[in-house]
Design a protein around this ligand. Structure first.
Ligand code: NDP
Length: 293
C-alpha cells in the first residue's frame, strides 16, 4: 500500500486560520494586536526569502509585523541595543533574530539577550531548559510543527520508537525533547552514529533533520513507519534550474513507509504557522489572557 502523504501545507493553512481567528478575538474583545518583530542582519538570500514570507503571513493573520533589516557589518553592540529596545516595546510580543548571523556576531549572546517571554523561536537558554524539564516554555517552531503533524496522523505517540537524525539546537535536540515529552522511546543519531541504517530501521517514527539530500533511503525504513522529512536542500534539476528536496529519498521511502511528509509541502509550511501561533501565545501570556489551545 502506498504511504499516506502528510499534507503539511493544508495543515499549516488550518493552523494559520485558527491563529487569525484568535487574533481577531484578541482585537475585538481586548483591543490587543499581537506584534512580531523580525531582525535580519545581512543579505543571505535564503534568510531574505524566509523573512519576507514571515512578514507576509504575520500580516495575513491580522498581526503587526515589524521588520528590522540591518547591514551585514552591523556591530554586535548595535544589534544588542536593538534587541533591548524590542524587549522593552509593549507592542512587540515576539522577537525573532534570523539565523545564521554574520560570523563577527556571537549568536548565543544575541539569542540569550531576547526576553525569554518574547523568544518565539524558543532558542533562549531559559526556554531550552524549561522544555527539557517539561515546563511551560516557548517551543521551537520547526520541531513543534513536526510534533503537530505526528499527533494529527498517529494520535498517541506513547511507547513508539522514534529516531531523530540530527542533533542541532534548532531542530534535532528540541525534537527529541518533544517526542520524549509524548512518551516515545527516543534515539538521537548524528554524524558519528555507527550503522545509522540499522538505527533508523528500528524506528516507528523517523525525523530526518540533516541537510543532506536524499540521505535516508527506503531500505532504512521499517515497513509502516512514519517519516518526517525536515530537510530543505536545493539541488540541480538540469537546464540551469534547481529544485527542493528533503533529507529522505522520497520515492524509495514512500514505497515502504506508512506515511511521509513531502518536500516541499510538508514540514516547511508548519514552521511559520507555529511561529504565528507562538506569537499569539506570547501575546496572551503578556496580557494575562488564556492561551490558544
Ligand atoms: P545542522 O547542520 O545544524 O545539523 C545537521 C545535523 O545532521 C547535525 O547534528 C549533524 O551531525 C547531522 N549529520 C550531518 N551529516 C550526517 C550524516 N552523514 N549522518 C548522520 N547525521 C549527520 O542543520 P539543521 O538542524 O539546522 O537543519 C537540518 C535540515 O533541516 C537542513 O536541511 C535545513 O535546511 C532543514 N531545516 C528546515 C526547516 C524547516 O522549516 N522545514 C527549519 C530548519 C532547518 P553532527 O552534529 O555530528 O555534525
Amino acid at each position: 500500500m502506498p504511504a499516506t502523504i502528510i499534507d503539511g501545507k493544508a495543515f499549516a493553512a488550518r493552523v494559520r486560520g485558527e491563529v487569525a481567528g484568535h487574533v481577531s478575538r484578541l482585537k475585538a474583545d481586548h483591543g490587543i494586536t499581537p506584534g512580531l518583530a523580525v531582525v535580519l542582519v545581512g543579505e543571505d538570500p535564503a534568510s531574505q526569502v524566509y523573512v519576507r514570507s514571515k512578514g507576509k503571513q504575520t500580516v495575513e493573520a491580522g498581526m503587526n509585523s515589524y521588520e528590522h533589516r540591518l547591514e551585514a557589518d552591523t556591530r554586535q553592540e548595535d544589534l544588542l541595543a536593538l534587541v533591548g529596545q524590542l524587549n522593552a516595546d509593549p507592542a512587540v510580543h515576539g522577537i525573532l533574530v534570523q539565523l545564521p548571523l554574520p560570523a563577527h556576531i556571537d549568536s548565543d549572546l544575541v539569542i540569550n539577550a531576547i526576553d525569554p517571554a518574547k523568544d518565539v523561536d524558543g532558542f533562549h537558554v531559559s526556554n531550552v531548559g524549561l522544555l527539557g524539564t517539561g515546563q511551560k516554555s516557548m517551543v521551537p517552531c520547526t520541531p513543534l510543527g513536526c510534533l503537530m503533524l505526528l499527533r494529527d496522523h498517529l494520535g498517541s505517540l506513547s511507547g513508539l520508537d522514534a529516531v531523530v537524525v540530527g542533533r542541532s539546537n534548532i531542530v534535532g535536540k528540541p525534537m527529541a525533547q518533544l517526542l520524549l515529552g509524548d512518551s516515545c522511546t527516543v534515539t538521537i543519531a548524528h554524524s558519528r552514529t555507527r550503522d545509522l541504517a540499522a538505527v533508523v530501521r528500528r524506528a516507528d517514527i523517523v525525523v530526518a533533520a540533516v541537510g543532506r539530500p536524499g540521505m535516508v533511503t527506503g531500505d532504512w525504513i521499517k515497513p509502516g513507519a512514519t517519516v518526517i522529512d525536515v530537510g530543505i536542500n536545493r539541488v540541480d534539476a538540469g537546464d540551469g534550474k534547481t529544485r527542493l528536496v528533503g533529507d529522505c529519498d522520497y520515492d524509495s521511502c514512500a514505497a515502504v513507509a506508512g506515511a511521509i511528509t513531502p518536500v516541499p509541502g510538508g514540514v516547511g509550511p508548519m514552521t511559520i504557522a507555529c511561529l504565528l501561533a507562538n506569537t499569539t501565545t506570547a501575546c496572551c501570556r503578556a496580557n494575562g489572557l488564556p492561551e490558544p489551545e
